[in-house]
Design a protein around this ligand. Structure first.
Ligand code: HSE
Length: 415
């Protein structure tokens, strides 16, 4: 492509991300990119541009051969899938910010690129403005990783910061996260851990060369966080963070999970506040490194989309190096044990979870809280029951991989 020519962008969606990108491009006049067409769903909605700037028919954008790059920034994952799949079938260069779309369809999206010669980039889909996909894909392409974990949802982190730092209530903090444009259209995705799960699936594919289906990842959120859980964290000199984590066990099996965790001041994630995300990439040789940045919001996410636009226009595509190199994709370590805190009013849950090594059982009215150990397999099996019971579960440390093993070792040495 002639680098001086103005490249034309077809944009789907004009919400937080679409407007963020549009605003950045309007301010950065020297950049050779122009949003030429914008497709939105709902006519007659109050928007910061005149109505004639928009089309309501995706085909008008998909069929427009004068467009160089298509950007998909709508929130509905099913519609986003239809648009992105059709664009890739036409061999287009496509940038998406839709994590649910990528998490659920990655193998198919890879196949479409191979068959039709299009390209798909999605840096904005994981950790907002942090360039974590390309970092893991490129910088760490040759180093085996032991673990990637972190805070991958800005809204829930914002809520937790407001609760722990400013003593605000959950509902007020959630409303703020929505008003600031951090939350999903359906904020359940944020607070229940489902959005973090989508992002973890994508990150895991690049970090470990394994495409995992979202259904393989147990997820737990802060939607049932109660005052007594916050008090428990404070008594233990900790805050709570929603941690998404994939690590490999010594046997090479994978442990992917989204689980709120106690986090104390010595934890890398302790400093990640408000809508920021933080990702710790632990290389076998380089050790742990924390990447921290704004995980939500129009400008940070729009900046990540812009970076993809620049890269895709210069011929970049993900090499999926680990994915192509991995012959034996790791299985899930269903026996891996977590040390957790559970609060519920349903004693049956203790049985379903197979909670072992019980300690600190406390009761108040019809509610109890207990500490124990649970396997990944049982977490996966019991997750729906935990959600429907309105129970709250969290890990006692974000160091899933090390904390329990260390305690067991200490116990064995003492006995
Ligand atoms: N709702 C998402 C979040 C937006 O809060 O992290 C960025 O993916």
């Amino acid at each position: 492509m002639d680098s001086h020519r103005l490249l034309k962008i077809g944009l789907f969606g004009f919400g937080c991300v679409g407007q963020g990108l549009y605003d950045i491009l309007s301010r950065e006049e020297s950049l050779p990119y122009k949003v030429e067409r914008i497709c939105v769903k709902t006519p007659n909605k109050l928007r910061p541009l005149p109505a004639e700037s928009f089309t309501y028919d995706p085909q008008e954008v998909l069929q427009d051969e004068s467009l160089d790059i298509l950007v998909e920034a709508i929130s509905d994952a099913a519609e986003a899938y239809t648009i992105v799949a059709e664009a890739l079938r036409k061999g287009k260069k496509v940038v998406t910010a839709n994590k649910k779309l990528v998490a659920y369809h990655l193998p198919e999206l890879l196949a479409l690129q191979q068959e039709f010669g299009g390209v798909l980039l999605y840096e904005a889909a994981v950790a907002g403005g942090i360039p974590i996909i390309r970092t893991v894909e490129e910088y760490f392409s040759n180093e085996p990783l032991e673990r990637v974990h972190g805070i991958l949802n800005g809204s829930s982190n914002y809520i937790l910061s407001q609760i722990f730092k400013l003593q605000k209530g959950y509902a007020e903090a959630l409303k703020e996260a929505q008003d600031k444009g951090f939350a999903e259209l359906d904020p359940w995705l944020d607070v229940a851990g489902a959005d973090a799960r989508h992002k973890l699936c994508i990150l895991t594919a690049h970090a470990f060369g394994k495409t995992i289906a979202p259904e393989d990842v147990a997820f737990f959120g802060i939607d049932y966080l109660g005052d007594q859980d916050v008090a428990y964290a404070k008594q233990n000199d900790a805050v709570i963070k929603m941690v998404a984590s994939s690590h490999l066990t010594a046997d090479g099996e994978l442990v992917p999970v989204v689980l709120p965790s106690l986090v104390n001041a010595s934890d890398d994630l302790f400093v990640v506040e408000q809508e920021f995300n933080g990702v710790v990439v632990q290389g076998t040789y380089s050790g742990p490194q924390l990447f921290k940045g704004r995980g939500a919001g129009g400008h940070p996410t729009g900046a990540a989309v812009l970076s993809d636009i620049v890269s895709i226009s210069q011929g970049y595509s993900y090499g999926y190096k680990k994915l192509h190199r991995t012959t034996n994709a790791p299985a899930l370590a269903l026996d891996f044990e977590f040390e957790v805190y559970l609060r519920s009013s349903e004693p049956d849950l203790v049985v379903t979870l197979g909670l072992a090594n019980l300690q600190n059982v406390q009761r108040e009215n019809d509610t109890f809280s207990v500490i124990g150990t649970v396997s990944l397999g049982n977490l996966i099996k019991a997750q729906e029951q935990i959600r429907s019971a309105g129970a709250y579960i969290m890990a006692l440390s974000s160091d899933f991989a090390g904390a329990y093993a260390k305690k067991e070792k200490e116990k064995a040495e003492l006995s």
